[in-house]
Design a protein around this ligand. Structure first.
Ligand code: GLN
Length: 287
């Protein structure tokens, strides 16, 4: 009988714009190829988090929905952060990414606090910042073991996201400008950008890095949706979850090694990604 793998999708109605549901479909597809039975658990406003989660997903949303969702997310903060801090993987896209930060200042100067998991702050346009960041987004992945991988997607956000102290300037992350204070983050580990922007805007208009990685949680502006075009990232989340399952004695090393031998045919996804990269590579870094 296939092992169950619990996927928890937070606020699918309010926070799933620009096709973010595609990320759920992509991870469900891949889990089945690895012999798992994906169990989809949606969490709506007012609902408690499920008992078991192997992967969390939170998509993007409009400012208004973010404010509504945040109030509800506060009720789940303790349990969610407990899971994330123990290493349960999570993908948070755009608005969802912003809500995992320390605060989000909307275009109407409404301050939506964040869960404070990521050392980031986001400021939406006002008189200083007028343009939305919209278009194709291509980044060079910064995840250890994936640094030769390009990640592609589509971004559409007003929010400008910046890393805030504390953040580690870490030699393997030349993306950061080195002004960040080089001390242990108050989150107890290292947070760093998901990648270097090659085409598009990414976190903000000034610096050329995108996203945030802390523990096994990734925040990114890559809509598109993200995972169907970036199978490497889907594998990243699955393998991180399985590593945790080994630690929790819910999976044996032998079972893990068996899964690792399964090779999935990603030709269509990789050809799609490659065609996007080829379309824009002449303009890399000329933003
Ligand atoms: N409302 C946020 C912004 O405009 C997030 C948008 C989104 O999730 N695509 O920055």
């Amino acid at each position: 009988m296939s092992k169950k793998f619990y996927i928890t999708h937070l606020y699918p109605k309010e926070m799933s714009i620009y096709g973010d549901m595609g990320n759920i479909l992509a991870i469900q597809f891949r889990l089945k190829k690895y012999g798992f039975e994906p169990i989809y658990q949606s969490v709506v406003l007012g609902q408690k988090l499920p008992y078991s989660t192997d992967f969390y997903f939170l998509g993007g949303g409009q400012d208004k929905e973010q404010a509504i969702v945040f109030e509800d997310l506060l009720q789940k903060k303790e349990r969610l952060l407990k899971d994330l801090n123990k290493g349960t993987p999570m993908l948070a896209i755009c608005g969802g990414y912003q809500l995992l930060g320390q605060e989000f200042l909307t275009g109407e100067n409404k301050n939506i606090p964040g869960l404070g998991f990521f050392p980031i702050k986001t400021k939406a346009p006002n008189s200083e910042i007028t343009s939305r960041c919209v278009g194709n987004l291509i980044i060079k992945c910064n995840l250890p073991g994936f640094t030769k991988v390009y990640l592609v997607g589509f971004e559409n956000h007003s929010g400008q996201t910046h890393f805030v102290n504390p953040i580690i300037y870490n030699s393997s992350n030349p993306l950061l400008d080195g002004n960040e204070q080089n001390h242990e983050s108050n989150l107890g580990q290292q947070a760093f950008p998901l990648g270097e922007v090659l085409y598009g805007f990414g976190n903000n208009l000034e610096k050329n890095y995108e996203g945030c990685v802390y523990k096994n949680t990734i925040g990114t502006y890559l809509h598109g949706s993200c995972l169907p075009k970036n199978p490497e990232l889907t594998d990243y989340f699955i393998m991180k979850s399985l590593e945790l399952q080994i630690k929790d004695h819910r999976l044996t090393l032998q079972e893990f090694n068996q899964i690792n031998k399964i090779k999935i045919d990603d030709r269509i996804a990789l050809l799609t990604k490659d065609s996007i990269v080829k379309r824009f590579e002449k303009e890399f870094l000329k933003i």
